[in-house]
Structures are given as C-alpha cells and as structure tokens.
Write a protein that binds this ligand. Structure first.
Ligand code: NAP
Length: 311
C-alpha cells in the first residue's frame, strides 16, 4: 500500500528535493502540503498549518517535516498524536531534549521516527567509510566554507536562537565524519564567532578528538566568496583520502577522483527508501550523534562577538 505523505514546511528543501523524490517514488503518494505562505502544488490540498490539515480529515499516514528546526518539535508532536509516521529533516530539532521527547512520543504511539542525515547518502561516503575501516587514521581536517547569501537567502530563522548559524551546513560534515570514522568523537575546544547583530555563529573553529586520540579540526565559515569548500581530508598510514563536494567526490591515494554516479536526487531517494523501509518494518532510526557534537561545541566553546553581518 502506498504511504500517504504530507509535506510540512514547503520551502527550499521541500521544493528542491522532497517533492520530486516523493512524487517519483512508487512507495509514496503526496496527500497534502502545509506551509505558512499558502503556496502548494496544483492538484494537492494545501494548508497553512498543521491544525488545518488535521481538521480537514484528509487521510495521511506520514509527514516529512521540512520546517526550520525551531518549530519542528511542535509540528512532529502534532503528527505523532495523529498516529502519523515522521521524517525529520536535518537537524532533527533545535535541542537534544526535544529529540528525546519525540522518540518517547513515537514509541508510545508506535509510529516510525526517522532523523534523516542526507549527506550520509552522498555517493563518496560509503566507499570512504569502507576504505578507512582498514587504515590507521592519523588526523582529520574538515573545511566547510560556503556563502550564506547564495545558499540561504533571506532565511532569517538560521540566525535566530535554535537556527544553528554556520552549524546548519556544518552538521552535514559532522553527519559524514561520525559515519565514516571508526570511533566516537568528542569536542575538545570551539571558537564560535557570533555577529553583534545576530544570535547564531557565522564562523567557527572546532577541535575534536576520537577515543584513540586522533585529532579532528573543523574550519567553518558562512562568508566564503568564490569557490565553495565542503571538504574532508583524512591522513592515514596509506596516504591522504579526500572526500570533497559534500561527499560527492572521493580521492584515494594514487587514484583519480571518483564521483560514482552522483545524481541530483540520489541522497533524498535513498532517504525516502529508508523511511519506507522503517514504516514497513515498524522501526525507527533516531541518531543524534551529529546534533550532540554541535550542542557540545555551543556548550564548551568560546562565543566571540564579531562585526555585524548584513546580507
Ligand atoms: P526555508 O526555505 O526557509 O523553508 C522553510 C519552510 O517552512 C517555509 O516554507 C516556511 O514557511 C515553513 N514553515 C515555517 N514554520 C512553519 C510551521 N510552523 N508550519 C509549517 N510550515 C512552516 O528553509 P529550507 O532551506 O527549506 O530549510 C528547512 C530545513 O531543511 C532546515 O532545517 C535546513 O537545515 C534543512 N535543509 C535545507 C537544505 C537547503 O539546501 N536549503 C538542504 C538540506 C536540508 P514561511 O516561508 O511562510 O515562513
């Protein structure tokens, strides 16, 4: 039976990825869209909030929640209360306690809860994990520098409390390294640069270490002009492995870079296949590891006030 899906938070990522992937998937039927601005898809009922969707009585089995993180917990709890399965965009919520509340509510209602991490499904990621499994890892460098004006135009939520600032993209890097590195990571130090007119960091340097003492250095910046960097370099006993373009391209020592069949919707097609499997098997997939490291960076980091930023 197809899963009747409502998409809640019908902004950039919903249009770019969720809509084309769900429409192409035989496992899902788009039952409704929900977004404050009132624009949906022709032929599909659209509602301005969750209460209106629920009141409509439209049959829904699952929701994909693509709102900003600050409102995700409230929306997810409304969905779970209806007995609907829940796909959470990354980051799964604004705080760890919120995810714990959602996990408990989903267990009580026996619905599937999926904390999605799309970058883990980039085509270079799994080959990188397999290659690293047999190597001695000496150090890791993450450079995640992008232009917020290009990638998040007019998204005020990203600068507000709970919006993550530069950690909104950087949590993708954390989702990759927590997947490809063999041991758990801990934050040792962090420097967070917060513009005087905003509540969230625009840049950060984060030092982590794994349980064997391997250092991981992250350089994050939202003001990058020119070429953008979404790169992870791992020094090993067999040479340097580079995973670039957000996980799309993998370079192994002595080999040419490979980009194994990277299609525009591959990551989200894999996420929707996983969500359908979870629903079919009555399971949940709740992984807060990347969110925990962001939370720890905020907790133990120095918060430096830097000059105001105006887009
Ligand atoms: P966005 O373009 O600002 O879209 C967010 C949407 O949520 C807007 O349509 C907004 O409506 C709606 N919304 C806000 N509060 C709502 C509520 N209470 N109920 C229903 N709808 C609500 O943001 P985005 O770029 O799509 O990002 C959304 C999430 O996806 C973020 O967590 C981000 O990290 C993640 N993500 C984004 C990308 C990307 O490339 N942009 C990639 C991967 C993941 P209004 O506009 O009317 O306020």
């Amino acid at each position: 039976m197809t899963i009747r899906l409502a998409m809640v938070g019908f902004g950039k990522i919903a249009h770019d990825q969720h809509l084309p992937v769900a429409q192409a998937s035989p496992a899902f039927d788009l039952a409704a869209t929900v977004s404050k601005d009132g624009k949906g898809v022709e032929g599909t009922p659209h509602f301005s909030d969750m209460a209106a969707l629920i009141d409509s009585g439209i049959a829904v089995d699952a929701v994909a929640i693509c709102t900003p993180p600050q409102v995700r917990r409230a929306v997810a709890l409304q969905a779970i209360a209806q007995g609907w399965h829940v796909f959470l965009e990354k980051p799964p919520a604004s705080t760890l306690a919120e995810v714990a509340v959602l996990r408990t509510a989903a267990e009580e209602k026996r619905v599937s809860l999926f904390t999605s991490w799309h970058s883990r499904f980039a085509p270079g990621v799994e080959p990188a994990r397999l290659w690293l499994a047999d190597r001695e890892i000496r150090s890791v460098t993450v450079t995640w520098r992008e232009d917020v004006r290009v990638w998040h135009p007019e998204q005020q939520w990203i600068w507000q409390p709970g919006g993550f600032g530069v950690f909104d993209p950087a949590i993708n890097a954390l989702s990759i390294i927590t997947h490809i590195l063999p041991r758990p990571l801990m934050v040792e130090e962090a420097d967070l640069d917060v513009p005087a007119n905003l509540a969230a960091p625009i840049a950060a340097r984060v030092s982590l270490r794994d349980t064997a003492g391997v250092p991981v250095a992250m350089d994050l910046d939202f003001r990058q002009e020119g070429p953008q960097s979404w790169d992870i370099m791992v020094e090993t006993d067999a040479g340097t492995m580079t995973l670039s373009k957000g996980g799309d391209e993998l370079s192994l020592p002595g080999g040419a870079p490979t980009s194994p069949n990277a299609g525009p919707h591959d990551e989200y097609a894999a996420l929707y296949a996983r969500f359908a499997d979870l629903i079919a098997s009555g399971a949940s997939d709740v992984d807060v590891t990347p969110l925990t490291l962001v939370s720890d960076a905020f907790l133990c980091g120095r918060h430096n006030r830097v000059e105001p930023f105006v887009e």
